[in-house]
Ligand binder design. Structure first.
Ligand SMILES: C[S@@+](CC[C@H](N)C(=O)[O-])C[C@H]1O[C@@H](n2cnc3c(N)ncnc32)[C@H](O)[C@@H]1O
Length: 278
């Protein structure tokens, strides 16, 4: 399994993190995507950047999985849309009927569609109906095509849009356009969840090592990371904040421990769940 040396390749790395701590992530299919090459890359990442990625990614996955699960259980005809889905496994981890849509860059969706179809046929993944949509979120025409398709799929149904592991890679204007586009197509009461980084991260020593690693391995320029003020989410016209939390709170909630207590030794991510206003 190969992708061009780019940010998309980082989607394999996060799968190894989820696969290392299935007890936390609950993602029992993450390992399907992991090759020896990714395991070696993960070991180098742990040595060069920080050793806690399996805990952080496990907690992040657990939080979004449980949030998705309770949404799917609480409404009829749910539509769940994962934008920049990478190689996450949510459709296969949730039993209840749901319409699943995944969007990402074209090479990622092509590879994922082909692999999951093969693994479902082989019985390695439970059978699900998924629709894949190729999109480049940094391009307005591409976003427009995505929204047109999502609007057709959502119609008047309740929807959940997940933006995981993507906000900090987008230009601010792309993120604004993405959020307001989602606001236009979602019905009142529908949810949107994402993770984000705030500006205090710039001084964080683990983050500084991460930018060096990502720049050398994936060619991503450190000056391009987007930081968001948490207050920004309270000012959105289309959405109200249902929950805002962070990685240390998730550790207390799910693990009842404080391994991640030193903010300088981790990537202190934030998480927000938004509800479409009436
Ligand atoms: C760090 S991975 C996160 C993947 C997945 N959501 C997860 O949490 O494991 C970032 C994802 O964003 C996608 N991505 C990066 N830039 C993108 C863009 N301009 N348009 C669409 N997807 C993009 C990558 O292909 C990759 O799948």
């Amino acid at each position: 399994m190969k992708l061009p040396r780019s940010l998309s390749a980082s989607a394999f790395l996060v799968n190894e993190s989820r696969a290392r701590r299935v007890d936390i992530s609950q993602d029992r299919f993450a390992n399907l995507w992991v090759t020896d090459e990714t395991r070696t890359l993960w070991d180098e990442f742990a040595a060069d950047v920080y050793p806690f990625d399996a805990i952080e990614l496990g907690l992040r996955n657990r939080f979004f999985l449980e949030t998705l699960q309770s949404f799917v259980r609480s409404v009829e005809r749910p539509v769940c849309i994962n934008i920049a889905a990478g190689f996450t496994s949510y459709p296969f981890l949730i039993e209840e009927p749901c319409r699943w849509v995944e969007a990402d860059l074209e090479p990622v969706v092509s590879l994922k569609e082909q692999q999951v179809n093969q693994w479902m046929a082989q019985g390695l993944l439970p059978k699900r109906i998924l629709e894949f949509v190729a999109v480049d979120l940094q391009r307005s025409m591409s976003r427009r095509l995505l929204f047109r398709r999502l609007q057709e799929l959502i119609g008047d149904a309740p929807s959940f849009i997940l933006l995981e592991g993507i906000t900090y890679y987008l230009k601010l204007r792309s993120l604004h356009a993405l959020l307001s586009g989602c606001g236009r197509i979602q019905q009142p009461g529908s949810l949107l969840a994402c993770d984000f980084w705030d500006a205090s991260l710039a001084k964080n020593r683990t983050f500084q090592r991460l930018t060096t690693f990502f720049s050398s391995r994936f060619g991503f320029d450190a000056s391009q990371y987007l930081f968001l003020d948490p207050a920004r989410f309270h000012q959105l016209a289309e959405y109200e904040v249902v929950e805002m939390t962070d990685i240390q709170s998730l550790e207390k909630r799910f693990l009842h421990s404080d391994i991640l207590r030193d903010s300088n030794a981790i990537i202190p991510e934030h998480y927000v769940v938004l509800r479409r206003r009436p």
